[in-house]
Write a protein that binds this ligand. Structure first.
Ligand code: HEC
Length: 120
């Protein structure tokens, strides 16, 4: 009986982590985003966080529909992991590869997509 239960919960765990890697878990991404990114990009992702107010260029507004449409997940992943200069953008956007694992970054990308959808 116990063995069956252990097997079942193991399968559920494996299943959920595989999904998180493939698509990104927006809820997990939100936790990292609120901690590391919202100071500049804003709690709702409109580029209006207090830490971004004095910056030039301004932090990206994720509610920008054109940006959401034309920017690939891989591009968002790269700028988060390697920083602005890696994609020809400002060094004010730091590289987060040391603070966030690849799985974390996939989750944050998923959350950035959610913020884009939530915007009016
Ligand atoms: C110190 C303020 C600051 C913090 C903190 C910050 N960013 Fe940025 N970010 C910027 C600025 C400024 C830009 C705009 C760079 C540009 O347009 O050249 C930017 C741009 C971006 C872009 C858009 C690149 C594009 O295609 O235009 C993404 C995505 C992004 N940041 C994600 C994040 C994530 C995720 C975090 C947290 C892990 C984060 N940023 C933390 C300042 C910040």
């Amino acid at each position: 009986m116990n063995r069956v239960l252990a097997f079942v919960s193991g399968a559920v765990l494996l299943g959920s982590s595989a999904t998180a890697l493939a698509a990104g878990d927006a809820a997990a991404g939100k936790a990292k985003y609120d901690l590391f990114c919202s100071t500049c990009h804003g709690m709702t992702g409109q580029g209006d966080g207090p830490g971004g107010a004095a910056l030039n260029p301004k932090p990206r507004n994720y509610a920008d529909k054109e940006w959401q449409k034309t920017t690939k997940d891989a591009d968002i992943f790269k700028v988060i992991k390697e920083g602005g200069p890696a994609v020809g953008k400002s060094p004010l956007m730091a590289a987060w590869g040391a603070a966030l694992s690849d799985a974390d970054i996939h989750n944050v990308v998923a959350y950035i997509r959610e913020l884009g959808k939530a915007a009016k």
